[in-house]
Design a protein around this ligand. Structure first.
Ligand code: SAJ
Length: 416
């Protein structure tokens, strides 16, 4: 089998490499020349555990190659970004998906399978992708097999989850579903769940929406508990001892290219009905503002000036700053002339990020922990000695090794 993947980002690249590892001939296509060059020279351009080693293997066997243009194959996989449109409900922007489709159409032959892995709004396969292929002269389910197989792997664990998660395969017709299932049988050891395209689209979106709504509930609990003088983290621990309760964890807000984006695809399709989904988005996007408020309450009474932001990524141990609440908080604080704000993040390679921990902490009046990187978990009280006012507001509840001389605040004792 030969696969042509369009899009070599956080999903397309690991997926391509995995197919190649399992003996498939893969050509990965991307619009960025530097990505193509880097991969063909054997270097990955994103951070993901195990991915570099896997690339080394498939470059050596010759099973994977990167290119700027698609080419003929048995199966085409579209794994390009689907951002939000800049409209009232932030609907799903299909520009990259449709342009990937245009790019592969000249190479399509009867018998090929076309899979969309990108996260898309409900009914996109039936209402947008299928009509375009029909217009190009193909009969879906006979000439071309069209499938939505949403990616559902967790950044940081992609190489494991690709193999062991179950996989939803949603065909536009039953024959399409069967063809899609055959493709993923190559390496998936989890269950392959066969369904319709529109069910697959909605299931994927609801998984991320479920998480977003639950995180909103946890964030609301943190705010309510703060108001009432109750330890929110202890409440979560207690409540989660109930066999049917699973409260999520409050934080600085919700980021990444999934939870902070996908729920809007549902809202935009049914704004009148999607009330709770919309409210959850509002609560989570309001968290950076809340964190800034708390930070200012901590720094102002001490006449503090310098704030050290620990972590800019949307979550721990990744280099991804897309939709990151930490970036938002950093920018809001930076916009306030009275503070000197320094960002420290060992995973982010941007010029403005301070690389020296000691310099980042020197004369600081507040450390604001916003990403749960392992590096921050390992720090001890000694690390904070260079601060002017030794206080830490830990929105991720990860700093454990601190002594009494440090004013340590998290969502468990914010009310004090
Ligand atoms: N977060 C909290 N509290 C929590 C859990 C997460 O504040 O209790 C925050 C994180 O800090 C982060 C955001 O939520 O800012 C999202 O992180 P995440 O680890 O929940 O998920 P992602 O965005 O990295 O990946 C999600 C996953 N979806 C689900 O777990 C339902 C993944 O399986 C999907 O493949 C991915 O979205 C995607 O690509 O859609």
């Amino acid at each position: 089998m030969k696969i042509c993947t369009v899009g070599l980002g956080y999903i397309g690249l690991p997926t391509s490499i995995m197919f190649a590892k399992y003996g498939v001939d893969v050509v990965g296509v991307d619009v960025k020349q530097e990505v193509i060059d880097s991969l063909n020279n054997g270097k990955i351009h994103i951070e993901e555990p195990g991915l570099q080693e896997a690339l080394d293997e498939v470059v050596t066997t010759g099973k994977f190659r990167a290119a700027l243009q698609p080419e003929k194959a048995d199966t085409f996989i579209i794994a390009v970004p689907t951002p939000n449109n800049d409209d009232e409900h932030k609907s799903c922007d299909l520009t990259y998906v449709l342009s990937a489709l245009e790019n592969i159409i000249p190479f399509l032959e009867k018998g090929n399978t076309v899979i969309v892995e990108s996260t898309i709004a409900p009914r996109t396969m039936d209402d947008s992708v299928k009509p375009r292929l029909e217009e190009a002269g193909f009969k879906i389910g006979e000439d071309i097999f069209l499938v939505h197989c949403p990616e559902r792997v967790l950044p940081g664990q992609i190489m494991h989850e690709l193999i062991y998660n179950n996989r939803i395969v949603g065909g536009v017709t039953p024959a399409c579903t069967e063809k899609g299932a055959e493709v993923y049988q190559t390496f998936v050891q989890g269950e392959i769940i066969k369904t319709q395209a529109k069910t697959a689209e909605m299931s994927k979106l609801m998984e991320n929406t479920f998480r977003d709504v639950n995180i909103a509930l946890a964030n609301e609990l943190a705010k309510v508990s703060n108001e009432l003088g109750i330890n929110a983290l202890e409440v979560i621990e207690m409540a989660n001892k109930h066999p049917r309760v699973n409260l999520h964890t409050p934080g600085p807000g919700v980021g990444g290219h999934c939870l902070a984006v996908d729920p809007y695809f549902i809202i935009a399709k049914a704004p009148e009905q999607a009330k709770m989904i919309n409210l959850a988005r509002e609560i989570n996007t309001g968290m950076p503002e809340y964190v800034v408020e708390v930070a200012e309450k901590l720094i102002v009474p001490n006449n503090g000036k310098k704030i050290t932001v620990f972590g800019l990524t949307y979550k721990g141990n990744v280099d991804d700053i897309r939709e990151s609440p930490a970036m938002k908080i950093y920018e809001v604080l930076r916009s306030k002339a009275q503070y000197e704000v320094v960002a420290y993040d060992p995973h982010v390679k941007l010029d403005f990020v301070e690389k020296d921990l000691e310099k980042a902490l020197k004369d600081s009046d507040l450390v604001l922990v916003l990403s749960d990187h392992n590096e921050f978990k390992e720090l001890t009280s000694d690390s904070y000695k260079r601060m002017n006012t030794p206080q830490v507001f830990d929105t991720k509840n990860i700093v454990k090794n601190y002594t009494d001389d440090i004013n340590y605040i998290n969502y468990g004792n914010l009310y004090k």
